[in-house]
Design a protein around this ligand. Structure first.
Ligand SMILES: Nc1ncnc2c1ncn2[C@@H]1O[C@H](COP(=O)(O)OP(=O)(O)O)[C@@H](O)[C@H]1O
Ligand SMILES: CC(=O)N[C@@H](CCC(=O)OP(=O)(O)O)C(=O)O
Length: 258
């Protein structure tokens, strides 16, 4: 099987132009087939605030009412995605920016209302790996933002980490697939105050301990849950670390294993 790397960058990298440019250079130099997924939650919050729209997050997920959906569509699908694509073109990577509606790549279901009404938030139902692969085989590099659709004309906001793991699971039917979750730190840390305290490997058993000891908290919990979902469903390798880990020059990142 051919190798495929799926790389996700989060809000803090996107917000810092120097980090973003450095990452996109590394990404462009990465050999082999690849897909980029980006978040942009921080930018959505700041632009919503400028428009007088308050952002509400519950369990790390944005409550997405009609107005917020308009903002995230403009910010993720427009501003952030198109800037990244233009910067990749400047690095000679023939990128194509996509939402999940484009080429019907990612369909989702609007999250049912239980205790909380998340509004226009989608849980991924189907990834069309055949259509995504047509782009990859034509030597285009897909760049996905955090938007999916329901197949009936409705766009939905979907967490970028989840988009990454669900695309990776589907692509693993036809590729030997690895995920790289890039964020601002060197990896999952033993002590959040010590940037060098990278935990080299986390497996299901050590994860339970790290949760119990409250070493892994907040946004890192759903991120690692996504990693285990991906590994259980066909993805070969999952890494969490700083953008520079994609070169694997330094052994300074976290590997997740079952
Ligand atoms: N043990 C840990 N090591 C590293 N980061 C952690 C840890 N526990 C919690 N975090 C938090 O997880 C955050 C990353 O998750 P998230 O905000 O979802 O990432 P992203 O920027 O990729 O969207 C970090 O900024 C950090 O504050
Ligand atoms: C439903 C939901 O919460 N969607 C996320 C999508 C963006 C995202 O995931 O961005 P980061 O990776 O930068 O956090 C949001 O709107 O914040």
């Amino acid at each position: 099987m051919q190798k495929l790397s799926i790389i996700k960058i989060g809000g803090n990298i996107i917000e810092d132009e120097t980090s973003l440019d450095a990452f996109l250079k590394l990404f462009s130099n990465l050999e082999g087939k690849k897909i980029l997924v980006h978040g942009g939650g921080k930018r959505a919050t700041s632009i919503a605030s400028k428009l007088g729209i308050e952002s509400k997050m519950v369990n790390g997920r944005r409550i997405t009412d009609k107005e917020t959906l308009e903002v995230i569509t403009m910010v993720y699908g427009g501003l952030v995605n198109k800037n990244i694509v233009a910067k990749l073109q400047a690095n000679n990577t023939n990128a194509i920016g996509l939402t999940g509606a484009d080429i019907n790549s990612i369909q989702s279901d609007k999250r049912p209302i239980k205790e909380i009404d998340f509004g226009f938030v989608g849980d991924v139902k189907k990834v069309n790996h055949t259509n995504i692969d047509k782009l990859i085989q034509a030597d285009f590099t897909p760049v996905f933002c955090a938007i999916t659709h329901d197949g009936n004309g409705q766009l939905l906001n979907t967490n970028a980490d989840t988009i990454t793991s669900t695309i990776a699971v589907e692509m693993s039917e036809i590729y030997d697939t690895s995920i790289y979750y890039c964020f601002e730190l060197n990896g999952v840390l033993q002590d959040l105050n010590d940037k060098e305290s990278v935990i080299k490997n986390i497996n299901s058993a050590t994860y339970k301990e790290l949760l119990k000891d409250k070493i892994i908290i907040d946004g890192m919990i759903p991120k690692i849950d996504n990693c285990f979902d991906a590994l259980k469903n066909g993805v070969q390798k999952v890494y969490i670390g700083n953008a520079s880990m994609i070169t694997k020059e330094k052994d300074n990142f976290t590997t997740i294993t079952l």
